[in-house]
Design a protein around this ligand. Sequence first.
Ligand code: KIV
Ligand code: ZN
Length: 499
Amino acid sequence: MENHVYIFDTTLRDGEQVPGCQLNTVEKIQVAKQLEALGVDIIEAGFPISSPGDFNSVVEISKAVTWPTICALTRAVEKDIDVAAEALKYAKHKRIHTGIGTSDSHIKYKFNSTREEIIERAVKAVKYARRFVDDVEFYAEDAGRTDNEYLARVVEAVIKAGATVVNIPDTTGYCLPSEYGAKIKYLIDHVDGIDKAIISTHCHNDLGMATANTMAGLLNGARQVEVTINGIGERAGNTSLEEIAMIIKCHNDIALDTTINTQKIYPTSRMVSNLMNMPVQPNKAIVGRNAFAHSSGIHQDGVLKNVQTYEIMNPQDVGIDVNSIVLTARSGRAALKHRLHTLGIEVEGEKLDGLYEKFLKLADKKKEVNDDDLLILAGADTANNNHIKLDYLQVTSGVGLKPMASIGLDIAGEKFQAADTGNGPVDAAINALKQIIKRPMILKEMTIQSINKGSDDACKVHMQVETEGRVYYGFGSNTDIVAASIEAYIDCINKFVKK
Ligand code: KIV
Ligand code: ZN
């Protein structure tokens, strides 16, 4: 059996299904190019029939990317497959990913069908997709809860129909690693013609077992993994790319390999987190802020004597630049351009001039500008054409004073202003904002984090605002904590006024 593990990245499809984290086409192209530089084999670029935006993203990513295969998702429905084939028109290497639910509950409740009829539909869809492309992947949705004997019949039938890859998703994140591994082994042992297709894992993290299940799949013969950057995805997310890539790199004993350039992992993680406004939990394996931080005295002592005492990999292996040049107000354009380049952002000419100006303003407010600050500055550049912009904000608060705020908004070029009070400066500013944007909005969650350290540091605010039963995510960053909060609130509003 070959040792190469194909990395199928679904950040832009399954990952992007997180409510409120949708990217526009330009941002998706940026991520796709970074994934290409990272060395993934396949990019699942979208579900073209689901919306014109998804269709367009698949078209544009197909044009922008050269080496990885571009994959488009469909249901086992001819119209979906027609649209996917059309969206993949410009891809240099293309794949259609079609499939249907195979567990008894999907067959009965979702399709009101029978096991035999589902096999017929699966075979028909694969044959139909093969009319357009040579590379067809079949997914057996909810395979994790599908009876193994029946699953083997489905897999055998679709391989006979021309599927080149068979995806065995643990859609609900239910399986135990031993159970998922045994499922893959069962297929290898019982499916006639299994050697003609690659078996793929697709694990969700509802019980925190996605990475363990994916590894169990690989150890039992799967050779493709479906993963996302930072493990993002609906609910508890998908298997994270960086965990699988680093497990394979650190464990020579399992003799597997990937084409991932691991030094690009950290910049890719930062880019996805910033574009999607999805913070990475500090203790996240590989890419969390604390992943390499040793705080206990015993650990620090050991690491100082020899890093191998407590570190199984180097931060540099995943692209964390421990000696990164710190930018200050005295840094020039070239230093800024170089730093952005190492973060996967290419800027030239006027765009670089604009960013440099903003960089100088920030560097005036805080002593050192770090990578997160830069990613936020670069991201803020794309927010310039937002419908609603903050014009000004003035707040008074303090002990013995009633907090008050006055705010000015620019809504599509028209100016609005209002003032209000609240139980604190953020509450007062939000109340003033609500005087202008008169629609029911509930602040569901708000997290404030400092980017680095020091009282002059910029802070990041992540927010969730609910309106008309849907939750929207927003982000703001500023050295002023109230301004960052209001920017995050306005970011949420811009998301739902876009709809
Ligand atoms: O989780 C799942 O089953 C999926 C399929 C559509 C591949 O995402
Ligand atoms: Zn999924």
